[in-house]
Structures are given as structure tokens and as C-alpha cells.
Design a protein. Sequence first.
Length: 128
Amino acid sequence: MQARVRNTAVEHMGIEFVEAGDDYIKARMPVDHRTVQPARILHGGASVVLAETLGSVACNHCLKKEGTAGVGLEINANHIRSVTSGWVYGTTRPLHLGGSTQIWEIRIETEDGKLVCVSRITMAIINV
């Protein structure tokens, strides 16, 4: 997973994949100069980049049909808590794995497990 995101916004923002299981992928992102807003708290857009990254990677790892790809169709995010330093951890799990769409939920938490953001992404499965 990490090799596939080289020279992309994902790498630039310091996102690292840390764990994968049968029904989830987990990654972390630093809260630093690349990911904070002028008030020096985690930028909501950075949380959405982490969420979309996790949902997209997970979707594309579980496609069954050759010649297809998952692309983001819609994403939403509820920002719950601000973070000023350290790392945030995002974990994605599927809510729906269909043939033409998938829906993934992403929970972003602090290092000590406090909820920062909840996001949901709908992925469209297209022919490539």
C-alpha cells in the first residue's frame, strides 16, 4: 500500500499505513505543518484526505472484477474534536460492498483513542 502512494498527496501529507485486517485498514497521519490550519489545529480538509485515502485504498483492494477501479463519488465528514500535535489514526470498515458502489466508514482518532472525525465515503466502481 505504501509503495503505491509514492509521489502523491498521500505521501506529501505523511500518511502511513500501519495495519490491515480482513475487514479494515488503518493508517496514521501527523498533525504538523503539512496538516494544520492557520490556527495550528488539524485542518478538516486533511482529515478528509486521510478518510478518502483509506476508503479508496480499501475499496480497490477488495474489487473482484478484473478491469474495474473504485473512485470517490461522495464523501462527508463530521469534525468532532480539534488536535494540535501528535498523530491521528484512521480506520476504515465497509458498510456496503456492491458491484457498482461501495460505502466505507472511516473513524479518525487521537493516539489515545479520542474521536476526532467520522467520515463516510461512497465509491463508484467503474470500468478502466
